[in-house]
Design a protein around this ligand. Structure first.
Ligand code: SF4
Ligand code: MG
Length: 322
């Protein structure tokens, strides 16, 4: 089966000056040689601590960031060097949902106009009457009464705003939606509702998701496969079951232990599983980038970079857990 989206040895670097008056330029290696396939109808969870480059992957796929090297393929087409013009039809098929829907919704526009804008720009409907009908339909499928369409974003709760963000993403009939931490700013009770909505929409509309999160909670609920990122690299990828039942990378294991168990009796007091701070992606550690924090690190880990290896369940570690 051909993947809907393939990224191949993707690198996205940002140049930064070493000091205020320095001429030497250093690179922040936000995405550093990542290859991933996303298949139609699946949800690939992409997990890692903040600053590991997961949002940059999403933005690079949408060509909101320019990749430094590597390739992006969508529906069998290499779109890496597409111009803005060439990207137009593809932009309708790939949409993004953001962590904070409030900052992505224009506060001066009524909801109906927010939703109409992309529909009209991309000529999805024929006339104003049809556009109005389409707004009602979109609000209906995300569970917002259509009578609310005259309201402004600030008149809605966080969860409702995220529903509107989802409606806007759906307005162009996308195939792939990049969900960038869509529930992490919401109350826990609301999180489940939004995740359920995303799952239902996926089933009804045949959507494919790249679901970005910093923890494993939401990802466990929604993903079919999970990729774990650390400092610009994928360190482990496999099915949800493989990652939860048999994590092979010490970092994944650490994230799993940090994942709150619903039953408080089963929770080990207050444990800091992954010790130390995340090193700077401008100056990543030698060898295995996780070696400064890994409880299993040995000399080899400081010297040699492990490569991602394996078939359906891959891990980048010299001493994987079994
Ligand atoms: Fe830890 Fe070494 Fe494996 Fe890196 S390669 S995760 S440092 S054991
Ligand atoms: Mg982010």
């Amino acid at each position: 089966q051909e993947p809907l989206l393939r990224i191949n040895h993707l690198k996205t670097y940002y140049p930064i000056r070493k000091g205020l008056f320095s001429r030497t330029v250093n690179n922040v290696k936000a995405v550093d040689d990542i290859s991933l396939d996303i298949y139609e109808g699946e949800t690939l969870g992409l997990v890692g601590e903040s600053g590991c480059g997961k949002s940059t992957i999403g933005r690079t796929i949408l060509k909101l960031e320019k990749p430094t090297s590597g390739e992006i393929w969508f529906k069998g087409e290499n779109i890496t060097s597409y111009s803005n013009m060439q990207m137009l039809p593809i932009r309708t098929e790939m949409q993004m949902i953001f962590q904070d829907p409030f900052s992505s919704l224009n506060p001066w526009m009524r909801v109906k106009d927010i939703l109409k804008e992309p529909i009209i720009t991309h000529r999805i409907v024929k006339g104003p009457l049809e556009a109005e009908k389409e707004v009602d339909r979109l609000l209906d499928i995300v569970g917002i009464p259509s009578s609310y369409k005259f309201k402004y974003p600030h008149e809605f709760s966080g969860g409702q705003r995220q529903r509107i963000g989802i409606a806007r993403a759906l307005s162009l009939n996308p195939k792939l939606i990049i969900c960038d931490e869509p529930v992490s700013a919401l109350d826990v009770s609301v999180q489940a509702q939004i995740l359920n909505l995303l799952k239902q929409l996926q089933k009804d509309l045949g959507l494919t998701y790249l679901f970005i999160a910093h923890g494993l909670g939401a990802v466990k609920y929604i993903s079919t496969r999970i990729a774990v990122m650390y400092l610009g690299k994928v360190v482990e990828i496999g099915s949800k079951e493989q990652l939860f039942n048999n994590p092979k990378h010490p970092y994944t294991k650490g994230l799993l232990n940090a994942y709150p168990v619903p039953n408080p009796k089963m929770r080990n007091k207050k444990q800091k599983i992954i010790q130390g701070d995340i090193p700077s992606p401008a100056n990543p550690p030698s060898g295995c980038r996780f070696h400064t924090r890994c409880p299993l690190a040995q000399e080899k880990c400081r010297q040699t970079e492990p490569i991602l290896d394996g078939q359906s369940h891959s891990v980048a570690c010299h001493f994987p857990l079994s």
